[in-house]
Design a protein around this ligand. Structure first.
Ligand code: HEM
Length: 448
C-alpha cells in the first residue's frame, strides 16, 4: 500500500519552529507518539519528510545508490559552494569527484597531516591563560580552520593566510545563523529580496583569494613537492584523463571547508563537555594519553561522543525507487531521512543510551547502520576518517599539556547552528598548564 507513516498534525510553520527551537524534544516526541518511523512537514518543503531510526530501514535507504539528494541541501548551499560541489552533485558526476577526492583523506596520506594538527593545537594552547574561564568551542573552530587552511588549501603566503583566516569565519558565521535560514525559507513566499546578497559579496572576495592560490599552484607545477590536498586535487585525473578546472577546484575547496570545519570543531567541543561531566572517563583517557602506548580508549571516546552528541542531525535522501517500511510502501520521490540522534539513543542498540560510556566501544566497533554520525552509502562523509583522526590528535595534545575543569556545573544543552547540533554556551572551561611530559615516541609515519 502506497502511504506515508503518520506524524504530527500541527501546521508546517509550527513543526518548523519546534524543530528549530527544540529539535531533540521534537524528534523524541515523534518517537514516543508514532514509533520508529513518522512523517513531518516543514515550511518551504513541498512534501512531508519521513523520519527513520531503525538500522534495517536505514540500511535499505543508504544502500540504494540511485537515491538522490535530500531536498534541503541545495537551498542554501548552492549559491555558496557552487554547482560542481561534491556535496551537491548527483549520479555519475558525483561519483567521479568522490573517487578523485577520497584518497587524500585516508591511510598514510592522511596521517602525514598529523604534525599540522599538532602544531595548530599547540599554537592555540599557547594563548590559553591559566585559570581564566573561556568557551572551548570557538577555540576548536580556530584549530580546525587552521588545519583546513594548511592541510587542505595549503596556503603558505602569510598575507593570503591572514586574509582568509579573517574572512572565512565571517562567511561561516553568517551561514550558521538561524535567522538567515528562516529568511531563506520564507523569502520566496513573501517575495523578499535575496537574503544571500551580503553573503555573496563576502564570497567574491574569498573567491579571488582562492583563484589566486590555484593559479599560483599551477604555475609552480609538481616540482614544488607540495602535499596539501589542493595540490593533490590539481594533479588528480578523472577516469577520462581530464583534470578538474579552476571552478571545480574552488567549489571543492569551499565544500571541504564548510563540511569539515564547523563539524569537527563542534564534535571536539562536545567531547570535552562529555569528558568534563564524566571524571572517571577523563582520568582513564588522560592516563592512556600519558602512557602513550596505544589509543584504544581515545578511539572509544571519539566513537561514544559522536554517538551521544551527533553533530549533524539529519542525512537524508529522495527515493529513486520504492522503499518498504513497516508494511507500507513509500513511493518514488519521497524524502526520507534517518534521525541520527534517535538511532543513537535506541536502548536495543545501546543499553542506558543517555549515559556516556566509551567502554561500550572497547570490544566492539560501531555497527554500520546503528552508528551513523557520518551518514552512509555512496554519500557517506568523505572526511570521516580524517575528522576522527584530527579529533584524536587534538584531544591527545590538549590533555597532555593542560588540565581542564568545567566552568559550569551544568552539562551543555543542544542548540542548532546551521546544519549542526552545537553546545549552547560553547562548553565553558578553565585550563591549567600541566607539567609537560615528553611525548612518547610513536611508530614513525612512512613517507606517503
Ligand atoms: C566530526 C566531523 C564531521 C561530521 C560529524 C560529518 C558529518 C557528515 C555527514 C552526516 C555527511 C552527510 C552524509 C550523508 O548524506 O550520508 C557528510 C558529508 C560530507 N562531509 Fe563530513 N563530517 C565531518 C567532518 C568532515 C571533514 C573533516 C571533511 C573534509 C575536510 C568532510 C567532508 C564531507 C564531504 C565532502 C561530504 C559530502 C560527501 C558526499 O556527498 O559524497 N566532513 N559529513
Amino acid at each position: 500500500m502506497h502511504a506515508l507513516p503518520p506524524g504530527p498534525t500541527e501546521p508546517p510553520l509550527v513543526q518548523t519552529l519546534r524543530w528549530i527551537a527544540r529539535p531533540i524534544a521534537f524528534m523524541e516526541s515523534g518517537r514516543r507518539r508514532f514509533g520508529d518511523a513518522f512523517s513531518v512537514n516543514f515550511v518551504g518543503f513541498q512534501r512531508p519528510m519521513v523520519i527513520l531510526s531503525d538500522p534495517d530501514a536505514i540500511r535499505a535507504l543508504y544502500t540504494e545508490p540511485a537515491n538522490g539528494l535530500p531536498p534541503g541541501r541545495k537551498i542554501s548551499l548552492l549559491p555558496i559552494l557552487g554547482a560542481n560541489s561534491v556535496l551537491l552533485l548527483e549520479g555519475r558526476e558525483h561519483l567521479a569527484r568522490r573517487r578523485l577526492m577520497l584518497p587524500p583523506f585516508h591511510g598514510e596520506r592522511m596521517r602525514s597531516y598529523e604534525e599540522i594538527v599538532r602544531e595548530a593545537t599547540q599554537r592555540e594552547l599557547s594563548d590559553w591563560r591559566a585559570g581564566e574561564e573561556f568557551a572551548i568551542h570557538p577555540r576548536m573552530q580556530a584549530i580546525t580552520l587552521e588545519v583546513i587552511l594548511r592541510a587542505v588549501f595549503g596556503v603558505t603566503d602569510p598575507q593570503r593566510r591572514a586574509e582568509l583566516s579573517e574572512r572565512l569565519p565571517l562567511l561561516l558565521g553568517e551561514t550558521a545563523s538561524v535567522g538567515l535560514q528562516l529568511r531563506m525559507l520564507l523569502a520566496p513566499r513573501l517575495g523578499r529580496a535575496d537574503p544571500l546578497k551580503d553573503l555573496k559579496q563576502q564570497l567574491s572576495g574569498i573567491d579571488e583569494l582562492l583563484f589566486a592560490e590555484i593559479d599560483e599552484r599551477r604555475t609552480e607545477g609538481d616540482s614544488a613537492g607540495r602535499e596539501d590536498i589542493l595540490s593533490l586535487l590539481i594533479a588528480a585525473r578523472f577516469e577520462d584523463g581530464e583534470a578538474m578546472d579552476d571552478r571545480d577546484l574552488r567549489d571543492q575547496l569551499l565544500t571541504l571547508l564548510l563540511a569539515g570545519h564547523e563539524t569537527t570543531a563542534t564534535a571536539l567541543a562536545w567531547t570535552f563537555d562529555l569528558l568534563l561531566r564524566n571524571p572517571a572517563a577523563l582520568a582513564r583517557l588522560t592516563a592512556e594519553v600519558d602512557a602513550g602506548e596505544d589509543d584504544e580508549y581515545l578511539r572509544a571516546v571519539v566513537s561514544e561522543s559522536l554517538r551521544l552528541r551527533p553533530v549533524v542531525p539529519l542525512a537524508g535522501r529522495r527515493l529513486a525507487s520504492e522503499l518498504e517500511l513497516d508494511g507500507l510502501t513509500l513511493p518514488v520521490g519521497t524524502d526520507v531521512t534517518p534521525a541520527i540522534w534517535l538511532t543513537h539513543t535506541r536502548p536495543d542498540l545501546y543499553p542506558e543510551p543517555y549515559a556516556f560510556r566509551p567502554e561500550r566501544f572497547l570490544d566492539s566497533t560501531p555497527q554500520t547502520y546503528g552508528w551513523i554520525p557520518f551518514g552512509g552509502g555512496v554519500r557517506r562523509c568523505l572526511g570521516a576518517s580524517f575528522a576522527e583522526f584530527e579529533m584524536r590528535v587534538v584531544l591527545e595534545t590538549v590533555l597532555r599539556e593542560r588540565t581542564l575543569e568545567p566552568a559550569s556545573s551544568r552539562a551543555e544543552r543542544v542548540t542548532r547552528r546551521n546544519v549542526t547540533f552545537s553546545p549552547r554556551n560553547g562548553t565553558r572551561v578553565r585550563a591549567r598548564t600541566r607539567v609537560a611530559l615528553p611525548r612518547p615516541a610513536r611508530e614513525p609515519v612512512p613517507a606517503a
